[in-house]
Design a protein around this ligand. Structure first.
Ligand code: CA
Length: 229
């Protein structure tokens, strides 16, 4: 999975675990550190697409850690989690190189939205040429937005493309309608709406119907899964 790795540095275990579970459910790969030193070690050990930093941390605090990260990486997006909401604290954070803030207590969806905005922005700058998602004979080119199966090109609307991209990024995993609503439509849907099922049908008609192998499957009562085999 490309562009989805997050380093989370947060010493409050309950918050760290909640965020790790929520982010993992949304298709991110999450590494957690409970203090500033371990956070810095993890940062040095492999590349991350985004970093979420608490401010009050043992060993190095979030500002210090952010400065250390910025000494070698000016690009990676950094979001700070803070209980402090004063202007001085924000200025100190931005001076240290943070890109955005979330003030505790926050709603998970707010953090998720900020993560996605920052990743989209940095992805636009960093996405390498030939950035593909694949499942079986289905191929999606994220740069040119072309989709094909068995080499036959498939025309999707923007929304259908986003829906298929989300299914592909979570391939071989069941995603609920609520996951799809938040990630593809950016909102929570009234559970009575059937728009997701309607769009799943549009995508199936184009991506599955003309081909022998059906990739998108319904898991009754749970949601959908794009299955490779
Ligand atoms: Ca803390």
């Amino acid at each position: 999975m490309e562009g989805r790795s997050i380093l989370l540095v947060e010493d409050e275990v309950r918050i760290a675990d909640t965020l790790r579970v929520g982010l993992t459910e949304n298709g991110f790969e999450v590494d957690v550190a409970y203090d500033g030193r371990l956070g810095y070690k993890l940062f040095q050990s492999k590349p991350f697409n985004l970093i979420v930093l608490d401010i009050n941390l043992p060993v190095y605090n979030g500002y210090e850690l952010c400065k250390m990260i910025r000494a070698t990486d000016m690009e990676v997006p950094v979001i700070m989690l803070t209980a402090l909401s004063g202007l001085e604290d924000k200025i100190e954070g931005y001076d240290a190189g943070a890109d955005d803030y979330v003030i505790k207590p926050f709603e998970f969806r707010e953090l998720l939205m900020k993560i996605r905005v920052l990743l989209r922005r940095s992805g636009d700058k960093r996405t390498p040429v030939g950035n593909f998602l694949r499942a079986a004979d289905l191929q999606m080119n994220l740069d040119t937005k072309e989709v094909s199966r068995e080499g036959v090109s498939i025309n999707l609307t923007a929304k259908e493309f986003q829906l298929l991209e989300y299914l592909l990024r979570n391939k071989n995993r069941v995603v609920s309608r609520a996951d799809i609503a938040v990630n593809v439509w950016d909102i929570d849907f009234d559970t009575n709406t059937n728009i997701i099922d309607v769009y799943i049908n549009y995508v199936r008609n184009k991506v599955d119907k003309p081909f022998e192998k059906k990739l998108i499957q319904t898991q009754v009562g749970m949601g959908y899964i794009l299955k490779e085999s």
